[in-house]
Ligand binder design. Structure first.
Ligand code: CMP
Length: 164
């Protein structure tokens, strides 16, 4: 996979530390091209990708800042559009890059965030609010399966690390 996902030229100037910005139409079009390269959304039509882009907001985080904090309520799922983020789950450190997602666990079970996720570099993320993401999963079984497949891989990695 092309790890740049064609991000050059994507208009992101509207986002800031003030909070998430809803994506203007022009950016939303650029975002659709970006989403087409994200494995989570593989195989979806442009119409579906446009709908997903319409649900999302974007935000930039400076390197070192926390994107989600362990124990906090989970309001959104995040997809990394640029940069890298680090998950701290117990003693484990998992580095996530462009196209990876996180924050799905709280969304699915309603429990607080299971881990802290920090920006390793400056990071641009797309955020989909909980209720909209759940609706998306209900409508798009392929996305639900992709999320389950990632969860399954994460459990396997934890099992392998715990040697069970
Ligand atoms: P959530 O619990 O909502 O918020 C923290 C996120 O970190 C979590 O969802 C997952 O997306 C991610 N996460 C937690 N544990 C792991 C792990 N062991 N491997 C990869 N990602 C994880």
């Amino acid at each position: 996979m092309d790890k740049r996902l064609g991000l050059t030229g994507l208009v992101v100037g509207q986002t800031s530390a003030d909070g998430p910005a809803h994506l203007p139409r022009k950016m939303s079009r650029g975002l659709v091209d970006v989403l087409a390269g994200v494995p989570l959304f593989a195989g979806l039509s442009r119409r579906h990708l446009t709908r997903i882009a319409g649900l999302a907001s974007s935000k930039r985080y400076a390197a070192g800042s926390a994107l989600v904090k362990s124990g906090a309520p989970g309001e959104s799922v995040f997809v990394i559009l640029d940069g890298r983020a680090m998950v701290r789950a117990g003693a484990r450190r998992i580095s996530l890059g462009i196209g990876d997602f996180f924050g799905e666990m709280s969304l699915l079970d309603g429990e607080p965030r299971s881990a802290t996720v920090t920006a390793q570099t400056d990071v641009l993320v797309m955020m989909i609010p909980r209720r909209k993401f759940i609706k998306l999963l209900e409508k798009e079984p392929r996305i639900a399966i992709a999320v389950m497949s990632t969860l399954s891989r994460r459990v396997r990695a934890l099992q392998a690390a715990a040697d069970v």
